[in-house]
Design a protein around this ligand. Sequence first.
Ligand SMILES: O=C(O)c1ccccc1NCC(=O)[C@H](O)[C@H](O)COP(=O)(O)O
Length: 213
Amino acid sequence: MAQVKICGLREPEHVTAALDAGARYLGFNFFPKSPRAVSGAQAAELADMVPAGIARVGLFVNPEDALLESVLAEVPLDMIQLHGGETPERVTEIKARFGLPVMKAVGIATQEDLPQLIDYGTVADMLLVDAKAPKDAVLPGGNGLAFDWRLLVGRRWLKPWLLAGGLTPANVAEAIRLTKAPGVDVSSGVETAPGQKDSGLIRDFIAAAKEAP
Ligand SMILES: O=C(O)c1ccccc1NCC(=O)[C@H](O)[C@H](O)COP(=O)(O)O
């Protein structure tokens, strides 16, 4: 059964909806330009609601050590998600310095992007196989855009991975069927407007992912 990550949570009611429906990963966004960004205090309150066994993932974009230090002093995270242009060397450095597993996001648009999944698979603990953001996008992720899932057919990576990018309750089962993704990640697809999560859409998404063949 596919595991689900709900990303960009900001409200307790949506954390409850995600937990009750069976999410395995909950994402808290620390990228200031995002409509889903949370403060350390907000994230600490949400993180306290999460039982053992469910991963609290902090999302960062090209973070400096000082940001990671200040967030980790306040929020009990289980995993760091790196969603910028962090190099494999920087991934290794962050893992060693902060002692947490790292999920590295890789943007995919064409098959030329796929070798990065091999490179990052040697250093990251998990891979997030996401749609590549458009060149002029403000956000490197969370844009509600899908890529051609057929690029992933028959591929295997060195590390556990989640599929992301434009997934919704309506298309997630087909995405899993086609790619055989062991897990999926969503942000926009469970929102009514950027940053506005919806409990019903969260439940529908997780149910559809879990029912996927
Ligand atoms: O969601 C954001 O606002 C965001 C901002 C900056 C970097 C990454 C961001 N999101 C990363 C995620 O993990 C999203 O869930 C993933 O890109 C899929 O997004 P969507 O296509 O909106 O479901």
